[in-house]
Ligand binder design. Structure first.
Ligand code: 5AD
Length: 345
């Protein structure tokens, strides 16, 4: 859909509730046309909260002083087993930038998971790595990679990250991932410190140009022990409008209803789906480690966020007219397949 930047700015700032409702309805219509009334689930396995980076917003930054853990490859395989039995067909291995997880550890793990569950997609979300590493992981069988761009404005990026991190390297990683044939996820926080309407407009034009297969957005939530611990949380309303606009700008995008939204609002996930989202990522990590992956305060890890509650999640989604299939939930639009009513032809 062609939305002009003036229209987008207006949609992001208007206090006209009817215009917002119409935006949400149109986003759902577009999503339903591409994917049908389906929400795809991914089993999130938080493999390590060790991180060499020191992002100013993040509760597991190097200097956060939080208790650290990492899962063994055997524990990760067990999570996949539990997840597969529950009907998950995508596993997301997410973690901080932990040097322990070398290619020598990860590649055999990825191929073991692929060998045992050939019907599943593997998504990695392990931060920045070299192009050679991405290539080895891809060859080992990883299908997708999530790496939020965090902000498409270079100066803003510099204010959210320490000097040793680089906007250019982040963007280079995203294009390496694309070139290597990953389905790529980008994304940003809503309401991060120093964000403005102008930086948000840059995020949206980056998404409209790069067209990531996935876009993860959620409100910024202050994290104890970080430089931003006293900053206000981002707005749920603004996040929902951004989800809807992203759906309109990029109809085929896979758009998660993020945990951060669920954390700030009891029906945050449902509201995200009503704004055009179509992915949920319940937590498959071992129960005792879930609380340790505390990238922000009060992060949800129970109820519908917990993988063992898929039945509850299904009911909540069915209550708003959505199915939750046992499906890899791939991006539509590959192999020149035509897309009609959410089905490949
Ligand atoms: N609030 C919300 N999201 C956060 N992230 C990290 N810290 C926070 C926070 N305090 C997001 C970042 C990162 C992803 C793993 O989680 O966008 O890419």
């Amino acid at each position: 859909m062609n939305l002009s930047s003036n229209e987008i700015r207006w949609l992001l700032t208007t206090s006209d509730p009817e215009a917002v409702d119409a935006l949400m309805a149109e986003a759902c219509r577009v999503r339903d046309e591409v994917y049908g009334r389906r929400v795809f689930m991914r089993g999130l396995i938080e493999i390590s909260n060790h991180c060499r980076n020191n992002c100013l917003y993040c509760g597991i930054r190097r200097e956060a002083g939080c208790k650290r853990y990492r899962l063994s490859p055997e524990q990760i395989m067990e999570c996949c087993q539990v997840g597969h039995d529950l009907g998950f067909r995508t596993f997301v291995l997410q973690g901080g930038e932990d040097a322990w997880f070398t290619d020598e550890v990860l590649c055999p793990l990825v191929s073991d998971i692929k060998g045992r569950y050939p019907d599943c997609a593997i998504t990695l979300s392990l931060g920045e790595r070299g192009a050679e590493s991405f290539e080895r992981l891809r060859e080992a069988g990883a299908d997708r990679y999530l790496l939020r761009h965090e902000t498409a404005d270079r100066d803003h990026y510099g204010r959210l990250h320490p000097a040793e991190m680089s906007f250019d390297h982040r963007m280079e990683c995203l294009s390496d991932l694309r070139r290597l044939g990953f389905q790529v996820g980008a994304g940003f926080m809503v309401g991060s410190p120093y964000q403005t309407l102008d930086t948000l407009m840059k995020d949206l034009s980056f998404i409209a140009d790069f067209k990531p297969e996935m876009v993860g957005i959620g409100p910024f939530i202050p994290a104890a022990g970080t430089p931003f611990e006293n900053e206000p949380a981002g707005s749920v309303e603004l996040t929902l409008r951004l989800l809807a606009i992203i759906r309109l700008l990029h109809p085929q995008v896979l758009l998660p209803a993020t945990t951060a939204l669920g954390t700030l609002h009891p029906t945050g996930r449902e509201r995200a789906v009503a704004a055009g989202a179509n992915v949920v990522m319940p937590n498959l990590s071992p129960r005792d480690t879930r609380v340790l992956y505390a990238i922000y305060n009060n992060k949800l890890a129970t109820g519908s966020e917990a993988a063992e509650s898929v039945a509850d999640l299904r009911l909540r989604m069915q209550a708003i007219g959505m199915e939750v299939p046992v499906d890899r939930g791939d991006f539509y639009g590959y192999d020149n397949k035509e897309i009609t009513n959410g089905q490949y032809h």
